[in-house]
Design a protein around this ligand. Sequence first.
Ligand SMILES: *[C@@H]1O[C@H](CO)[C@@H](O)[C@H](O)[C@H]1NC(C)=O
Ligand SMILES: *[C@@H]1O[C@H](CO)[C@@H](O)[C@H](O)[C@H]1NC(C)=O
Length: 527
Amino acid sequence: MITNLFFLLFLSTVYSYNILVYSPSFAGSHTNFMARIADTLTDAGHNVTFLVPIVDETKKDQLSVKTTKDVVIVEQDEKMRSQVLPVDDDMGQYWETDITSENIDTAFTVFTDAVHLACNNFLRNKQVLEEMKSRNFDVGIYEPLSVCGLGFMHAIGIRKTITATSCVFYDAVVDAIGEPVDFSYVPGQMSASGDEMSMTEKVENYRMSTALQKLNIFIWDRETRIYNKYLGPQIPDWRDLMADSSLHFVNSVPYVDYPRLVTQKTVPIGGISVDIQSIKSSVLPKDWSDVLDKKNYNMLISFGSLVKSKDMPKNWRKSLVEAIKSEPNVTFIWKYESDEVEWAEGVENIHFSKWVPQTALLNDHRLTAFLTHGGLGSTNELAHLGKPALMIPIFADQIRNANMLARQGGAKVFRKHDLGNPTEIKKAINSIVFNQKYKENAEKLADLLMNQPTNPKEQVVKYVEFVARFGPFPEMNPRVRHHGFIENNLLDIYSVMYFPYFVVFVLVLTISMLGYSKVSVRKVKRD
Ligand SMILES: *[C@@H]1O[C@H](CO)[C@@H](O)[C@H](O)[C@H]1NC(C)=O
Ligand SMILES: *[C@@H]1O[C@H](CO)[C@@H](O)[C@H](O)[C@H]1NC(C)=O
């Protein structure tokens, strides 16, 4: 209600801006984040275009924009279709494979190759270029997984851009915009440890972060060559375009995320994907309500949509079912993608479903706890809806998300490799469902988030309008980017400051050496 009033106020007082939101279709969580930004701006009365180059055909009908009607889809042409591999096919391997600094460079090859092909495909399409040029956009918003759209925005005359990161941050972006990459106490985007690290963990955090940065830079350099080829060599390098963004939105909730140093251009809008108003007003369908009424306790199990439950190693699945059997007073609602469930025959307290109304269930007081993979979307929903959770991260940024939320005391992290151990998983499920400590802490965090002094939607609207009027703020660019290692580590200052001491030191050393050699000469003579 208050939000609606707030938007109405905006409608009546603010000029409507033309805003381009560029969001290639390749993964649900990324698209959903960009779609929420687009819809928030549309709801505030702006003229938003959602531009979607198709990276993954199967994600084409999951664009998740609702109120934004101007959706421009750039289809794959014949050439791209003949080159691209299906993105989803090999995700099952991540149940058992860990992503580390050793294999990160090849772990996402199918994704990054598809994004690369999509960039070529997108820029070959001159019709879209002309069409977009004619719309005179005031502001362009892009996600820095790809810089193809950033070069494109420059080519069509957009000088006010905003970087919007659907993860808490990308290590390479942090460095590119002049923020410190503090490996010693900030877990990198795909770090396997929290902010208190042992020496081994620090080394891996450093190596992972460096490897990820290298990977991103490789992708962006390659894309820069593509946009320079299609749009002209005058389009600046991604390093300049990214650093010159008017603002950097990040999907981080400051009260939940690990603290780190940022520039004044970075605006946290974490939680924008959680539409609290609509979740709180939604009604759980009757058949789901009946499921929750069966027993006094209910646990939702979902491993997300990328790495599927149906591909879980069979012995892990078996021990999970054993744990479920040992809790007859709890109904387990398991998001499971297949009808082949005879392996769970006779277990009366499992309810399988290919789709679950996740947020409506998390919002229901009858749902006791959540077993989740810890995708950032689910993690933010959990934080805002205040349910205790057992987090079993599978890959990518999920370990970091899980550690991050567990810090608040409402969730517990469980290593996926321990899924093979029925006793461990039994113990973990039992404590999350029945130990009140987790429930209390989770509810406390949700209460805090509901009462933040500002909210992400308001931030997005106010900041984007401000950029449209006054951007792009080159005065806010920290000079650190133009400095080398010596300047950034104050080595030049130290050397000037300590030069006199150095001179004295050298003098003293020389004199004493001379003295010593005379003494020894005399000694030799006497002998
Ligand atoms: C909004 O964008 C559409 C499509 O470019 C255009 O036809 C329309 O005139 C725009 N409206 C405003 C208020 O700028
Ligand atoms: C299930 O609930 C019943 C009734 O409250 C109780 O007696 C029983 O011990 C519970 N079973 C387990 C395994 O917790």
